[in-house]
Design a protein around this ligand. Sequence first.
Ligand SMILES: *[C@@H]1O[C@H](CO)[C@@H](O)[C@H](O)[C@H]1NC(C)=O
Ligand SMILES: *[C@@H]1O[C@H](CO)[C@@H](O)[C@H](O)[C@H]1NC(C)=O
Length: 191
Amino acid sequence: MKFHIFSLVIVTLLVTVCADEEPEAARLLVAKQILNKYLVENMDIIVKYTVHNVGSAAALEVEITDNSFHPDNFAHVSGELNARIDRVPPNSNVSHTVVVRPRKSGYFNFTSAEVLYRRTEDAPRLQVAVSSAPGEGLIVSYRDYAKKFSSHVVDWAAFAVMTLPSLAIPFALWYSSKSKYEKLAKASKKH
Ligand SMILES: *[C@@H]1O[C@H](CO)[C@@H](O)[C@H](O)[C@H]1NC(C)=O
Ligand SMILES: *[C@@H]1O[C@H](CO)[C@@H](O)[C@H](O)[C@H]1NC(C)=O
């Protein structure tokens, strides 16, 4: 009886292990990130796509398509919005960068890109996946951005004015001692 239970446990374990063991195939995790600290109307936004292959085989014919930057809302500056990567080896990362410029200010929901790839060399169909979505961000108007920037110039000017006394006082002391010394020197010359 004991033996039977023991062998049953072994069989169950074997079945579990076999079920977990997938045939060698690629599995991609794709992150879409906005690298800017500030999003400003008419200024570059850098978008980075990182493809991480967590599978056990190379991913082939990887295609990243980002339809979220509509030409009405964004000017395309550089990088392909429809990028093709021939091969991503297992346990490696490949990244791709796109630069766009927003035409308008306001809230914008940055959504995911679509990803297609072949999980194995002989896979009959392409695997469909999506990247992560950066989410909603506020694109500030150029005018507001410029105002914020010029207020930093005002801060700098205030800082310069505040530091002026600390420079002016030593100079005044030096100047007065110098003129005292010169008076003394002149006086001693008379003798
Ligand atoms: C690939 O990227 C992932 C997630 O960004 C990171 O955890 C991993 O360490 C990277 N691997 C390599 C080989 O760079
Ligand atoms: C942004 O878009 C995603 C996907 O369409 C949606 O799930 C999410 O709720 C949206 N976020 C906002 C703040 O509208």
